[in-house]
Design a protein around this ligand. Structure first.
Ligand code: AKG
Length: 230
């Protein structure tokens, strides 16, 4: 999952869309941990990553998030975050490097994807209870929406997402990619990574309703430029 570097405008911009290499190794060293790659799609770029987090790390993130959960929001056309029936989970954003655990995970993700920590949004933890879901959506910001300029003014467009599973729900709660016929089963400690370009349709995805038990995830969205650099 190497990234390429291209020249855009005056400065060197990092193009975080990974090149696809065949064959890729079955496992990769990501900073302090070895991750198994159990599924690869070339187009769109999708990877299933097993063992990205330990059980203890998953439990630690859940414990950190639990007292701070609030109803999840979606970015509406106005640029404001709104409560929306398409997204019924509860969640919280954890600051960059907020605790040693978060810092360690951010560095691991950066090493794994070869995308600097500065390109990552705050880690978002979500909890879905039975019946809760996130209906099909894209993670890229809609260039036709009124909020586009505001949300991309720091960091630019989103270019990739990493959804990490912090528990294994008893039933339901998979991540579905309806346009490519892919369903990912949430398994504690594993993750699904996918990369995209603006307006592309292949990575449309949904958090399917949880049928039994709870589902916990941590999502890291990645931007085309460092978030602190504008
Ligand atoms: O809950 C899931 O499986 C998917 C979450 C998701 O789509 C997101 O956080 O953007």
């Amino acid at each position: 999952m190497a990234i390429t570097t291209t020249r855009q405008g005056k400065g060197i911009q990092r193009n975080v869309l990974p090149r696809v290499r065949h064959p890729e190794p079955p496992r990769v060293l990501a900073d302090d941990c070895t991750v198994n790659i159990s599924l690869r799609l070339a187009s769109p770029i999708v990877r299933l990553l097993d063992g990205l987090l330990s059980g203890q790390e998953c439990d630690g993130l859940i414990a950190l998030a639990t007292p701070r959960l609030q109803r999840s929001l979606v970015i509406a056309g106005s640029g404001r975050d709104n409560i929306h029936r398409a997204r019924t989970s509860d969640g919280v954003f954890l600051d960059i490097g907020e605790t040693p655990l978060i810092k360690r995970l951010e560095e691991r993700i950066a090493a794994l994807l070869r995308i600097p920590v500065s390109h990552g949004e705050k880690l978002q933890i979500l909890r879905y209870l039975p019946g809760q879901q996130y209906q099909p959506h894209h993670d890229w910001f809609d260039p036709d929406s009124a909020s586009y300029e505001a949300v991309t003014s720091h960091g630019g467009q989103r270019v990739a997402s990493l959804v990490m599973y912090l528990n294994t729900p008893e039933m339901g709660g998979g991540t579905n990619f309806p346009n490519i016929g892919l369903a990912v089963t949430p398994i504690k400690g594993s993750a699904v990574y996918f990369a995209y370009k603006e307006r592309e349709q292949a990575t449309l995805h949904a958090g399917m309703p949880v049928l039994k038990g709870e589902k916990w995830i941590a999502t890291k969205w990645l931007r085309e430029r460092p978030l602190d650099a504008g």
